[in-house]
Each structure stands twice: as C-alpha cells, then as structure tokens.
Design a protein around this ligand. Structure first.
Ligand SMILES: NC(=O)c1ccc[n+]([C@@H]2O[C@H](COP(=O)([O-])OP(=O)(O)OC[C@H]3O[C@@H](n4cnc5c(N)ncnc54)[C@H](OP(=O)(O)O)[C@@H]3O)[C@@H](O)[C@H]2O)c1
Length: 248
C-alpha cells in the first residue's frame, strides 16, 4: 500500500491508526490524515512534524460542498498512482441514553449526516483516485495493495445483535452505513476496489468512554493487522477489529 487517507484523525481511533501505520514495517509512503480543526489537533501536528509521510488536511466530512476541492488536494499529494485506501473513520455518537420521547429531528439528522451520508459522499469524491490506484496495480490481488474502502462502523449497527435497544440515531446511522457499504461493494467490484465495513470493538476513546473493553492501541493494532489481510473474500463484508465476521 502506497497511500492511505483516514478521516477524523484529531483523536481516538483515527489518530492511533495514523501512529501505527506510520510505524508499520510496510508503512505507506503517503498517510493523509484529515481533521476538521488542524490547528487544534496538537498530537497529530506533533506526529506529522516527525514523519514526512503524514499529510494533515482539513476536512469537515459534513461540509459536502468542499469535497470536490478536497479530492483535488488529495490528488496533488498521491499523484497519478491514485489512492490505495480510504478509511471513513470520523463519526459521532449523539446522546447514548436518550429515550424515544427525547429524540429531536435535528440531532438524529446530524448523526445520519456525519456517520452515513458523509462516508458515501467522500467515497463518491475519491472514487476516481481509488480507480486510478486499482488500475495502476491491476495485477495485484484485491485488497489494500490495490484499492480499498474501509468504513468504520459499529457492532451497534448490527440489527441482529440489537438485543437491548438504545443508542438512537447512532445504531440507525451505522446500520445504514453497513447496507450502503454492501451496495457500493457491488458497484465498485468490477473496478477492482474492495469495499467493507469494520467494527473497531468497544474502545476507550472519548466516544467509547473509560469503561470500554479495549485500549485504543490494541484496537488499532488489530485493525492494522486485519487491513493487511483483506482479500477478495472480504468484498462487502462486515468484520470486527480482529477480522472475525459480524452478523448484519
Ligand atoms: N470508541 C468505540 O467504542 C467505538 C465503537 C464502535 C465504533 N466506533 C467508531 O469508530 C470511529 C472513531 O471513533 P472514536 O472512538 O475514535 O471517537 P472519538 O474519539 O470521539 O473521535 C471521533 C473523531 O471523529 C471526528 N469527527 C466527528 N465529526 C466530524 C466531522 N463532521 N468532520 C470531521 N471529523 C469529525 C472527531 O473530530 P473532532 O476532534 O474535530 O471532534 C474525532 O477525530 C467512529 O466512526 C465511531 O463511530 C467507535
């Protein structure tokens, strides 16, 4: 893999993925780490000063009118060989404990806009660069060495695992992300682009909270291992961080 683009790298899983990919034995030549307020993303800025491979780009994933110009900036970095891997990681959880009576249209719409519409439209904007990478690596196996889109979903987006309810807005947004992943995987298969959705585990980040199961370092290291193992059998799949298959 020569190039990767990750959204939401100011903190949490996105930042840790940047750290671990930078230190990887097969580190990509270009790691495009996006965040909505680069001036406030101090840890990311410090890291990028130490590693020339990291390119910090400003992106609010819900600023849809900026995506065309953003894609041009990405092209300026990766050039004619295109983009190998897009990781749609940025996300919001909304009010985790809200009951039906508490729900507000604007809050639900904001979650859906960030977690579902944004990954779809960023994929749309970057598909020409992913196609370039796929054709540049035409003889490579399907996977991140060719071209791939990994949508960071959630186990809470699994309908069959929804045995206790709650997390309004968030569950729906990730279930919708999952089914759009499947549709996009069908559409882009002929281009040699792998498209799948991945649950990072319950992770100790600002979103996951202190009680979560996994450290961010462990989750990201498992995710990175899984990324390097992706192949044609994972086209349209829903996996968790360690590569095991999740129910829809
Ligand atoms: N932590 C968990 O237990 C867990 C479990 C399942 C799935 N996930 C998923 O994993 C992904 C990362 O979560 P996390 O735990 O790392 O969360 P986090 O610590 O809350 O970080 C979220 C990241 O997303 C960014 N973001 C939010 N809205 C954005 C927008 N409109 N434009 C650009 N960036 C935006 C945030 O940027 P700012 O700093 O600018 O706000 C931040 O970098 C999310 O998709 C989440 O749903 C997490």
């Amino acid at each position: 893999m020569r190039s990767v683009l990750i959204t939401g790298c100011s903190r949490g899983i996105g930042l840790e993925l940047v750290k671990q990919l930078t230190a990887h034995k097969s580190a990509p030549e270009f790691i495009i780490a996006t965040c909505r307020k680069p001036e406030e993303a101090r840890a990311l800025q410090e890291l990028s000063k130490k590693h020339k491979s990291i390119h910090v780009l400003k992106l609010d994933v819900t600023d849809f009118s900026s995506l065309g110009g953003f894609a041009k900036d990405v092209e300026g970095i990766v050039g004619d060989e295109g983009l190998n891997l897009l990781i749609n990681n940025a996300g919001i959880s909304g009010n985790k404990t809200a009951k039906l009576a508490d729900l507000k249209a604007e809050e639900l719409a904001e979650i859906y806009k960030t977690n579902t519409i944004a990954p779809i439209l960023l994929t749309q904007a970057l598909v020409p660069l992913l196609r370039k990478a796929a054709s540049h690596n035409a003889s490579a196996q399907l996977g991140i060495g060719k071209a791939a889109i990994v949508n960071i979903s959630s186990g809470l987006g699994s309908v069959s695992r929804n045995t206790f309810g709650g997390y309004y807005g968030y569950r729906e947004s990730k279930a919708a992300l999952n089914t759009s992943t499947r549709s996009i995987s069908h559409e882009l298969a002929a281009d040699g682009i792998l498209v799948m959705t991945l649950h990072p585990g319950w992770v100790k980040t600002d979103m996951g909270g202190k009680e979560a199961d996994l450290t961010v370092e462990f989750s990201a290291s498992e995710i990175v291992k899984t990324l390097f193992k992706l192949g044609k059998e994972h086209q349209g799949a829903f996996l968790q961080y360690d590569g095991s298959v999740l129910p829809w």
